[in-house]
Design a protein around this ligand. Structure first.
Ligand SMILES: Cc1cc2nc3c(=O)[nH]c(=O)nc-3n(C[C@H](O)[C@H](O)[C@H](O)COP(=O)(O)O)c2cc1C
Length: 326
């Protein structure tokens, strides 16, 4: 497929799932795909890690073919190291590589990666050029995920995005909060609109899509090409199905508790398949907590699940809980 067609296939009114470290692992991504997600991205993978601690970092990058179109997200601060990591990672044959220029956490920005790069435009552009260079003669696309800037005094998303486009990015993803906002306050969709007006590559709008109406409104307000959903799908993978239905029909689709239970049980069984029973029981506690949040009796069942070390007992607890809601 020609690159131009592939770009269209990935960005023409699609639902992208945001990379969410600690949440969107292989098992949850399969669930999200089942719920009709169009484009999936790995959790962020350290470029340095890929070179110096290959197996562990590779485990974050691996994916099932079912999850395609699929992107591997890299973070790092050195153009040469990211280029070398790209060379290693393209053997996994992702559909695109995404460069993280938005992560606000200290551990990442202290290494001059993630959103720090919005303060160092030259290095950011060198990174894009060096990765693009490695992707020449492949069908793998390059996206870059940015924020609105470092802080309110230095909002540079529009000029920065233009430079990223000139450096060779095929797609731009924008989460319009500053680094100093972290995840608080509201994202400024006006910035998405301005970027869309000023760039020619497709723009993926991200930030605060937590309900079907938000998906409709972000398209209306920004004219973005596709949308990316992050926290909205934590504990609610079926939100994707509901958004697709709403955008097509303007009607709200109810997902009943039995359907939810079926999805949750599959998630647990996939987690056991990929991680083994003991780790899956521990890792799924976060997800069970989100799945039961805001539902009558949720606190009690969460407490019992958190104390249980038995797969069968947890399945019984969660099944009983959702049957009672029905
Ligand atoms: C728990 C968590 C983990 C995240 N991990 C990543 C990550 O690995 N890479 C990245 O680019 N952004 C990461 N983000 C940011 C999201 O991808 C997204 O840009 C942000 O949450 C805004 O979208 P939302 O309002 O739909 O959640 C993370 C956010 C959260 C809450």
């Amino acid at each position: 497929m020609k690159k131009i067609e592939k770009i269209k296939e990935l960005t023409d009114k699609k639902i992208w799932i945001a990379p969410l470290a600690g949440i969107t692992d292989n098992s949850y991504r399969t669930i999200l795909k089942d719920c009709d997600a169009d484009i999936l991205v790995s959790e962020m993978v350290s470029a340095d890690g890929l070179i110096y601690n290959k197996e562990r970092s590779l485990s974050y990058a691996r994916f099932d073919d079912y999850q395609r179109p699929f992107g591997i997200q890299l973070f790092g601060s050195d153009p040469q190291i990211i280029a070398k990591a790209t060379e290693l990672i393209i053997t996994e044959k992702p559909d695109f590589i995404d460069i993280n220029m938005g992560c606000p956490v200290k551990k990442v920005v202290n290494r001059k990666a993630g959103s720090y790069l919005m303060k160092d435009e030259k290095t950011a552009c060198d990174i894009v050029c060096s990765v693009k260079n490695k992707l020449q003669n492949t069908e793998i696309l390059l996206s870059v995920k940015i924020r609105s800037g470092w802080d309110f005094q230095s909002i540079n998303a529009i000029s920065f995005a233009k430079k990223i486009e000139e450096a060779g990015a095929d797609i731009l993803i924008i989460h319009p909060r500053t680094r100093s906002q972290m995840f608080s306050g509201k994202s400024d969709w006006g910035i998405i609109k301005k970027i869309k007006e000023n760039l020619t590559i497709p723009i993926i709008g991200n930030g605060d899509i937590t309900a079907v109406q938000d998906a409709f409104e972000i398209y209306e307000q920004t004219n973005c090409d596709s949308i990316m959903i992050g926290r909205g799908i934590i504990g609610k993978p079926w939100l994707i199905t509901q958004i697709k239905h709403f955008l097509l029909t303007s009607k709200y689709l109810e997902i009943n508790y039995l359907k939810r239970l079926e999805i949750i049980k599959k998630h647990f069984s996939l987690s056991i398949k990929y991680r083994g029973e003991d780790i899956a029981i521990k890792e799924m506690r976060t997800h069970f907590s989100h799945y039961t949040k805001g539902i009558r009796g949720g606190a009690k069942v969460r407490d019992r699940i958190n104390k249980s070390g038995s797969k069968e007992e947890i399945i019984n607890l969660i099944s009983e809980f959702f049957y009672e809601q029905n």
